[in-house]
Write a protein that binds this ligand. Structure first.
Ligand code: TTP
Ligand code: MG
Length: 353
């Protein structure tokens, strides 16, 4: 089964935060970096300053020669970390499987996490809009079936990019790009490839694997796979998964127990699937009930043994609904959460389902 991976990267991150903190900067070129008289370098620049050729890692002195009217801001790492955490919290609403790879960049695994009524592109746009409206920050998102291609897709269009590479279209997507744009190819490798007359990623893909292994050793084999868009690296969650949850808001408040039980069943099935994928077993099942007047209640059962079976989750959830729902009052939302995980108790799974 194809995986669904997003690569999320904030646009001109440090500079965007500076613009948020001081709205007077909007529309003006902004450089975040060290002082020119202290041999400082550019951490980043907003897109207005980039139009003048300002780039990360050049000296601030050179950057100011290219763009003398730019406003220079000293980096405020603590502040950027706070914003970064808020962004990660928004991402955490759509999947628990988040690998943060830098202060402004993360891979998300959405396999088993795509809502039924949404395409990958719609979900990415939704995330992009949420981060924009809630935090005022703009992001670019790459969508693909592996991390390499999600990253390459994300790089293809910035700022505010949304780029999807369909499964099977990886090699075509890469073929005409310069080799140095391939993830993991530095200037040294690019120069060595140039000696072989190789400029585009497609040229690398056409070489025999043995040629690359001969020249670059183990990393040659990886280069060969990457040039074809092949990458099986899993998204490794940066933080342990503590809970998994789903909720449904009804189009119209619902007081029919059959309908509510059906929703609990469907959510149990999906959460069981996610537990299986992450090799987790849950001890606690929590049902969330929200009435028409927005009053909200959560009720839990913690029981041994920990489980990852649809039937077990549903039995516990269904019982919670029967015990705690005031059947005279229709619900506007029902939710289900599993938590208190134990990992990989495989022998239990033999008796399930
Ligand atoms: P990037 O994501 O590489 O750059 P960016 O977010 O500023 O711009 P964009 O993604 O739109 O191209 O890096 C994230 C932050 O990391 C960046 O805002 C500042 C910091 N950084 C440095 O301090 N030094 C560097 O050389 C680079 C590349 C980034
Ligand atoms: Mg960025």
């Amino acid at each position: 089964m194809n995986r669904l991976i997003f690569h999320v990267d904030l646009d001109a991150f440090f500079a965007s935060v500076e613009e948020l903190e001081d709205p007077g900067l909007k529309g003006k070129p902004v450089i975040v970096g060290g002082r020119p008289d202290k041999r400082g370098v550019v951490a980043t620049a907003n897109y207005a300053a980039r139009a003048f050729g300002v780039r990360s890692a050049m000296t601030t002195a050179q950057a100011l020669r290219r763009c003398p009217q730019a406003i220079l801001k000293p980096p405020q790492m603590l502040l950027y970390r706070q914003y970064s955490e808020r962004v990660m919290a928004v991402l955490n609403r759509v999947t628990a499987v988040i690998e943060q790879v830098s202060i402004d960049e993360a891979f998300l695994d959405l396999t088993d996490y795509l809502p039924d009524d949404s395409t990958p592109l719609e979900l990415a746009r939704h995330l992009q809009n949420q981060i924009q409206t809630e935090l005022g920050l703009s992001v670019s998102i790459g969508i693909a079936a592996n991390k390499l291609m999600a990253k390459m897709a994300g790089n293809a269009q910035k700022p505010r990019g949304l780029t999807q590479v369909a499964a099977g279209a990886e090699a075509d997507f890469l073929a005409l790009l310069p080799v140095e744009s391939l993830w993991g190819v530095g200037p040294k490798t690019a120069a060595q490839l140039a000696e072989l007359g190789i400029k585009q990623i497609g040229d690398v893909a056409r070489l025999p694997e043995a040629t690359l292994v001969q020249k670059f050793g183990v990393s040659g084999a990886k280069l060969w796979r990457h040039a074809r868009g092949i990458d099986n690296e899993p998204v490794r969650p940066s933080r342990a998964i503590k809970s998994l949850s789903l909720e449904t808001t009804f189009a119209r408040d619902t007081g029919e127990e059959r309908v509510l039980q059906e929703h609990l069943m469907a959510m149990s099935r999906k959460l069981a699937q996610r537990l299986h994928r992450h090799n987790l077993f849950a001890r606690t099942v929590t049902v969330k009930l929200r009435y028409g007047d927005f009053s909200t209640f959560t009720r839990s059962i913690t029981a041994e043994p920990a489980t990852n079976s649809t039937q077990d989750l549903y039995r516990r959830a269904g019982r919670l609904l029967q015990l705690h729902w005031n059947a005279d009052r229709p619900l506007r939302l029902i939710g289900l959460e599993v938590s208190h995980f134990v990992e990989g108790v495989q022998q239990l799974a033999l008796f399930e389902e």
